[in-house]
Design a protein around this ligand. Structure first.
Ligand code: PHE
Length: 341
């Protein structure tokens, strides 16, 4: 039996060393150590061995089994190493990898976030409303008569059913007043649409930010203080303002706000010039009356409450702040432009 085991060991080790792949190796394992393998067969004969020979032969059998198992494992590891090396052949693993690039928020979104944060500090809450609106919310409620040019087919996108794409987010102020009573302090950012000829300073869709404050005793001083604070946060403390009398159907008195600031010196605006940046005014009592009629109460009693409203385009502000000469860059989605923010 000694000789038989020695032969088996020699035979097995030689075969394992010569095995070309893992399949061949597995076949060898079965052939020597499997249930009907040759080494297993020898071990089955152990029960007939004499008492004196048993310890010696038992140990030898164990040694052979251990040696064959170790050889199988070693050969398997070697074959896997070879396979890995083959997979890497021709690849220089020391070369730097391809880094994946992280994008940033769109410049208008960044400005929107900043704007919201500044108004939040002054206690303004965010309000939202639909882009597709009724004529009433967009015009009638805002004291804008049917013959007003903004209502013209050439200026507004109408749907066949008479609804339209809102021309400003003042619609959100109307919707807020329909369902809440004073005091109200909201900002309404969102898309607004106009049938503008698209050029360097106009798009048919832009991002507007409007605000409304209604309470007892709200005055023009509050309006000026709020807007000046906001624009100083954006343009710096040296910013100068001009509230130029203007007309809007829904505010009385109404103003356009012009700004002059050092940061604008290098921007598209050119240095030292007054730049128009916003429209604003005191809510016209006629708007409150419209709301009361719709609500069927006197929640917005014009004798008791006053309010101010304002609106400006974020695209315009983003252009001024970043010195972007053409508004169309914001919608071209050209990475060479966007990656600069
Ligand atoms: N809704 C006006 C516009 O879109 C802006 C505005 C808002 C003006 C509130 C005055 C008061 O041009």
């Amino acid at each position: 039996m000694d000789a038989q085991l020695d032969t088996l060991r020699t035979e097995a080790l030689a075969a394992i060393t010569a095995a070309a792949d893992e399949t061949a190796l597995e076949q060898l394992r079965v052939r020597f150590l499997g249930q009907s393998g040759t080494i297993t067969a020898v071990s089955k004969g152990m029960k007939d061995v004499s008492k004196e020979d048993k310890p010696r032969l038992g140990k030898l059998l164990n040694d052979v089994r251990t040696a064959v198992t170790a050889a199988l494992d070693a050969r398997k590891a070697a074959l896997q190493g070879d396979a890995d090396a083959a997979a890497f052949a021709g690849i220089d693993v020391t070369l730097p990898g391809t880094a994946s690039k992280l994008g940033t928020l769109h410049p208008i979104t960044q400005l929107l976030d900043r704007t919201i944060a500044i108004f939040r500090r002054m206690g303004f809450a965010l309000a939202d409303g639909p882009d597709i609106e009724t004529e009433w919310h967009c015009f009638d409620a805002l004291n804008t008569p049917p013959d007003h040019p903004a209502r013209n087919e050439q200026d507004t996108f109408y749907f066949a059913d008479g609804r339209l794409l809102r021309t400003h987010t003042s619609t959100v102020q109307i919707r807020t007043m329909e369902k809440t009573a004073p005091p109200i302090r909201i900002i309404a950012p969102g898309a607004a649409y106009r049938r503008d000829e698209i050029d360097a300073t106009h798009l048919a869709q832009f991002t507007q930010m409007e605000g409304l404050y209604v309470a007892e005793g709200v005055s023009v001083a509050d309006l000026k203080g709020t807007l000046e604070f906001f624009f100083r946060e954006l343009f710096g403390n040296d910013a100068q303002f001009r509230f130029r009398p203007h007309f809007f159907p829904f505010t009385e008195p109404s103003y356009e706000v012009d700004i002059k600031a050092a940061v604008l010196g290098t921007g598209s605006a050119g240095g030292g010039k007054w730049l128009e940046i916003a429209g604003c005014g005191m809510v016209d009592p006629a708007v409150f009356e419209q709301i009361n009629t719709k609500r069927g109460d006197t929640a917005f009693d014009p004798e008791k409450f006053t309010g101010f409203a304002f609106g400006f385009g974020l695209d315009r502000l983003a252009m001024i702040l970043s010195g972007t000469p053409d508004i169309r860059y914001f919608t071209d989605n050209d990475q060479r432009f966007l990656a600069q923010f």
